[in-house]
Design a protein around this ligand. Sequence first.
Ligand SMILES: [Zn+2]
Length: 121
Amino acid sequence: MTAREVCFLIGHDGSVLWADASNSPTALPDSRQRWEAIWSNRERLREIAHSHPVGPAAFSREDETTMAALDAALGRPLRYSVVAPRVMIVRDHGETSETTDEPWWAALLRLASGMRKDSRR
Ligand SMILES: [Zn+2]
C-alpha cells in the first residue's frame, strides 16, 4: 500500500467523527466535503488530526494557513495534531508539543496512512 495523508475529525468524547484520505504521502488538499463535515460537527469537534506518513513531525506552512483559517471561521482555537511515524505532535492553545500519551486513534491513523513502524530496520 502506498503511503498517503489521512485526516480525522475527533470529538470531545474522543471518537472519530469523520475521516478522509488523500492520494499523496505529502499532501492533503482542501476538500469541500471535509469543510462541510467540520462545519456540521463544529459543536462536538475537539481536534483535527492528520498524518505525515513520511514525516516531518511538524506542521507545514500550508497546515499553519489552514489552521488559522479554521480558527477564524469557527471563532475559537481548535486542537490540531500531526501523527508522524514515530511521534505525534499536538497544537493546543497555540503551543506545540510532542505527546507521550497517544490517543487510541493514533495507531489507526498510522495504519490507514500506510505507515510502517520501522521496528525491524
Ligand atoms: Zn500536514
